[in-house]
Design a protein around this ligand. Structure first.
Ligand code: PEP
Length: 238
């Protein structure tokens, strides 16, 4: 008799709200999501569901998640490249760590609109690691993986990578699952054992075509995560 062992991967389903939602709207989203979870008896626990709200919502998001006993964790969307001190407007790793265990780093919108380069991204990864935050490092091509390779490996791969091709972000035009799989597999050749997510126009209708691919460990969802019931469908269908 042959016994087949199926290696079940734990999927990451991460919402990136970008610069959206007030504290009140954050509370409503979490309550609506929770109603959907409990109403549909959805098991969210089998997947790692993470919501990246804006800094001002992080504290209340954590309060609501605990109060509702929701199996959802928080991420910040950015981190200061410096520790505490005279850096007006920045939010440092120690401040984030009070409310979240994850932080998105190097999102293409930060590279494009705020001039972040690979050096800045490397400093942010370092700060995340220093404060025991798991970085979710966004990359839009393999060159960016190569340039962060040593940083990623020096942290024993305690990092999550999100492959987000520029043309797919916010465009409604997702990459093909085959191409995303091929890039994810190449990323894993460069940095072994690192979870690789796909991001770019993911919806409840296409999510499974990505998450069923062997090298893809989950999704990073922007626009479609703003609606709690659509995001819940994404979690269910992944
Ligand atoms: C993103 O910006 O990380 C993203 C994936 O956006 P969207 O899902 O809206 O394409």
């Amino acid at each position: 008799m042959t016994i087949q062992l199926y290696h079940m991967k734990k999927l990451f389903i991460i919402a990136n709200w970008k610069s959206n939602k007030t504290v009140k709207e954050t509370e409503k989203w979490l309550h609506d999501f929770d109603d959907g979870v409990k109403g549909g008896k959805t098991r969210v626990g089998g997947k790692k569901v993470i919501v990246a709200s804006s800094f001002v919502s992080l504290e209340h998001a954590r309060y609501c998640m605990r109060n509702l006993k929701l199996s959802v964790e928080s991420a910040a969307q950015d981190i200061s490249p410096f520790d505490k001190g005279a850096y007006t407007g920045e939010v440092n790793g120690a401040q984030i760590k009070e409310f979240a265990n994850y932080v998105i780093v190097g999102h293409s919108e930060r590279r494009k609109n705020f001039g972040e380069d690979d050096d800045m991204v490397a400093k942010k990864i370092e700060m995340a690691m220093k404060h025991s935050l798991i970085p979710i490092l966004c990359i839009s091509n393999l060159d960016q993986v190569q340039s962060s390779r040593f940083k990623i490996q020096s942290y024993d791969n305690r990092i999550i990578l999100a492959y987000e091709p520029l043309f797919a972000i916010g465009s409604g035009q997702a990459d093909t699952p085959q191409n995303a799989e091929s890039v994810a597999a190449k990323i894993k050749e460069i940095v072994n054992d690192t979870p690789v997510l796909y991001g770019g126009s993911v919806t409840s209708l296409n999510v499974n075509s990505f998450t069923k691919m062997p090298s893809i460990d989950g999704v990073l969802v922007g626009g479609a995560s703003l609606n709690p019931l659509e995001f819940l469908e994404i979690v269910k269908n992944a």
